[in-house]
Design a protein around this ligand. Structure first.
Ligand code: GRF
Length: 218
C-alpha cells in the first residue's frame, strides 16, 4: 500500500499509546504508517519503542531552547522534513503555543485520560475519584488553541469501582486508550473524519444505542 497516511507521534514518557499505534500500523492493510517519533525527553521509553520497531526517531529536548517559539520551530522543521500529514500527541507533556496549533489545526490529535470536557488538564483520575463520578474514560480529540478543548473524535467509557485508587482507575482507562487511539487513527486515515462547526462528524460508523449505566442493578 503506497498511500498510507504519514504520521508523526510525539511522546514524553512510557509510550504505551505509541506502542498501540505501532502495533496497529504493522497490521496488513492498516491505512497509516508512523514516519517519525519525536520525544522532548531524552530518557522517554517511547524512543526505545520506536527504535525497536525500526521507526526513525529523535529527541528535541525543550530544555535546550531559549523559548517555546524556538523549540516549536525545530519541532515544526522535523515534522515537515518527514512529510508528516498527521501528528499524534501520545503522552506528550508539553503545551503547544497557539501559533503552532493553528498551523497544524485539523492535523494534530491528542489523547486525554478523561471524558472531556470533564477533567481537563493533569491529575484527571485523582480528580474523577474525588468528584465521585461513576463513569470515567478517555478521549481522542483534535488539538485547538484552548487546552483539551478541541473537537472530540472518539471516547471510551469505563466504570469507576468502589475500591478504585488512582492507579487502578488509570490502568482501566489506559487499556481503552489503546483501543480508541488506533481506531481514531484508522478513521482519520480513511478520510472519514470531518470537522464541521467545531464538532466532528464521522462517515460510516455504526452506533450502539445501549445505555451505559454504572453501577448496574442486579
Ligand atoms: C496517557 O494516559 C495519556 O492519556 C496521557 O498520558 C498518558 C501517556 O501514557 N496524555 P503512555 O506514555 O502512552 O503510556
Amino acid at each position: 500500500m503506497t498511500d498510507r497516511l504519514k504520521v508523526a507521534v510525539l511522546v514524553s514518557g512510557h509510550g504505551s499509546n505509541l506502542q498501540a499505534l505501532i502495533d496497529a500500523c504493522q497490521k496488513p492493510g492498516f491505512p497509516a504508517q508512523i514516519v517519525r517519533v519525536i520525544s522532548n525527553v531524552k530518557e522517554a521509553f517511547g524512543i526505545q519503542r520506536a527504535s525497536r520497531a525500526g521507526i526513525p526517531h529523535s529527541v528535541i529536548d525543550h530544555l535546550n531552547f531559549e523559548n517555546r517559539t524556538d523549540f516549536e520551530a525545530r519541532l515544526n522543521g522535523e515534522l515537515e522534513s518527514c512529510n508528516a500529514e498527521l501528528v499524534c500527541l501520545a503522552g506528550f507533556m508539553r503545551l503547544l503555543t497557539g501559533s503552532f496549533v493553528e498551523k497544524w489545526y485539523g492535523r494534530l490529535v491528542n489523547i486525554h485520560p478523561s471524558l472531556l470536557p470533564a477533567f481537563k488538564g493533569l491529575d484527571t483520575h485523582a480528580r474523577a475519584l474525588a468528584a465521585g463520578v461513576k463513569i470515567a474514560g478517555c478521549t481522542i480529540h483534535y488539538v485547538s488553541r484552548d487546552m483539551d478543548a478541541g473537537p472530540i473524535i472518539a471516547q471510551a467509557a469505563v466504570p469507576v469501582m468502589p475500591n478504585d485508587n488512582e492507579d487502578i482507575l488509570a490502568a482501566r482507562v489506559l487499556k481503552q486508550e489503546h483501543v480508541i487511539f488506533p481506531m481514531a487513527l484508522k478513521m482519520i486515515a480513511e478520510k472519514r473524519v470531518k470537522i464541521t462547526d467545531g464538532c466532528v462528524r464521522i462517515d460510516g460508523t455504526s452506533l450502539d444505542d445501549d445505555v451505559i449505566v454504572s453501577p448496574t442493578l442486579n
